[in-house]
Design a protein around this ligand. Structure first.
Ligand code: NAD
Ligand code: UD1
Length: 332
């Protein structure tokens, strides 16, 4: 059971997972079309791992080609990371997000043979603004953006195919993945007008602007800023390998969803304070208006994954901030 097909392997999370899978000696076939990445990771994998092969393909437009690839490679596992992920952009380009995210998933499910084991990158965004915190998998699903709709629809699609085609599937709902693998090979992009907090902090230092806009200080939280469940990329990736072990051992027609989070809420100010302290930086705060679409608080109840997948996040906020910066500080 050593063949993994990884979609979105040129990107941040798929690339980090791919790197770990290759180090664990899996035979990997990667697919990406670089719609939101460069070929930097792919070049590295090709150069350093003989068990890596790659196909440049838009998964959303060529169902027959996807089927051919699946038939030729006959993967034991499929880990489907490929997708567009910017909430704001999804509101201005709904056609792109529906086409790209949902049709890719559809083509993949069509290509899976009976008995295939699949892991899908879902998101805490499927819970919308939940009044219940921490959020467990039993909480209601609510679409509050086009991006959210594509994740909910993809989960439903996978559930139906799992039942009707005997595909064993696990959807992992990520909270806020941050930081970089300690080896610093794959990093989150901070160069392309980042919107998310951690890449934004890195951009601020790199541009020597030294000030971060904090979106709102009037939330009903301890210090008034938004609270999130930040999770180290290495913990997140470890969750995928736990899911692979679980899915290998389990029954036919398995369909499960799990939260991948730490169970701890951290405010924007706490994250910036930690970043400054561990990296000896001096980023200052500029409070601005709330960002449209932001929720006040969002953190996971990770007990289901802790118990069933036997997985637990172990990295602290300080380690997330340290590893995020260490991986890129020497970039020119
Ligand atoms: P990323 O943009 O760095 O990587 C995604 C990769 O998928 C990119 O390399 C992109 O080129 C590729 N891709 C997109 N559409 C494709 C298509 N049609 N055909 C082939 N390749 C395609 O994003 P990421 O942060 O690594 O996210 C991976 C997955 O995790 C996404 O599905 C995202 O929605 C989900 N997710 C991410 C976060 C986060 O904070 N990063 C949070 C929750 C869920
Ligand atoms: C956002 C998406 C979420 C997606 C995730 C990863 C929204 C509403 N949510 O999550 O669906 O899964 O990205 O792609 O877009 N902040 C600042 N200043 C900044 C940037 C962020 O104060 O420059 C604050 C935000 O207001 C928020 C926190 O930092 O309170 C985290 O923001 P971010 O990193 O963008 O993640 P989310 O909004 O949680």
């Amino acid at each position: 059971m050593k063949k993994i097909l990884i979609t979105g392997c040129a990107g941040y999370i798929g690339g980090t997972f791919c790197y770990e899978a290759l180090k664990k000696n899996y035979e990997v076939l990667g697919i990406d079309n670089f719609i939101n990445s460069t070929d930097k990771n792919i070049k590295y994998f090709k150069k350093n791992f003989s068990k890596f092969r790659f196909v440049d393909l838009d998964l959303s437009i060529s169902g027959e080609k996807v089927k051919d690839i699946f038939n030729d490679f006959a993967p034991d596992y499929v880990v489907h990371f490929a997708g567009l992920k910017a909430v704001g952009e999804s509101e201005t380009k709904p056609d792109l997000y529906w086409q790209n995210n949902v049709l890719s998933t559809m083509n993949i499910m069509e290509a899976c043979l009976s008995g295939t084991r699949l892991i899908f990158s879902s998101s805490a965004t499927v819970y919308g603004e939940s009044v219940i915190q921490p959020i467990s998998e039993k909480c209601a699903i609510k679409s509050e953006s086009v991006y959210g709709s594509t994740k909910i629809s993809s989960e439903l699609l996978i559930k139906d195919y799992s039942r009707t085609k005997n595909i064993e599937a696990i959807c992992l709902r990520y909270f806020n993945p941050v930081g970089s693998h300690k080896d610093g090979i794959v990093v989150e992009d901070y160069t392309n007008k980042p919107n998310n907090l951690m890449p934004k902090l890195i951009e601020v230092i790199k541009n020597k602007s030294n000030e971060i806009s904090v979106f709102g200080n009037d939330y009903n939280t301890q210090d008034g800023t938004g609270e999130r469940d930040y999770i180290h990329i290495s913990d997140l990736v470890a969750g995928h390998f736990s899911a692979i072990e679980y899915i290998y051992d389990n029954e036919e027609n398995l369909f499960k969803t799990y939260n991948l989070g730490t169970g701890k809420a951290t405010s924007v100010l706490e994250l910036v304070e930690s970043f400054n302290r561990v990296n000896s930086t001096n980023i200052k705060i500029d409070f601005t208006d709330r960002r449209k679409g932001d929720v006040e608080v969002c953190y996971a109840d990770p007990h289901l994954a802790n118990c069933e997948l036997k997985w637990k996040a172990v990295y602290s906020i300080d380690e997330m901030c340290r590893d995020a910066w260490n991986a890129v500080k020497n970039d020119t």
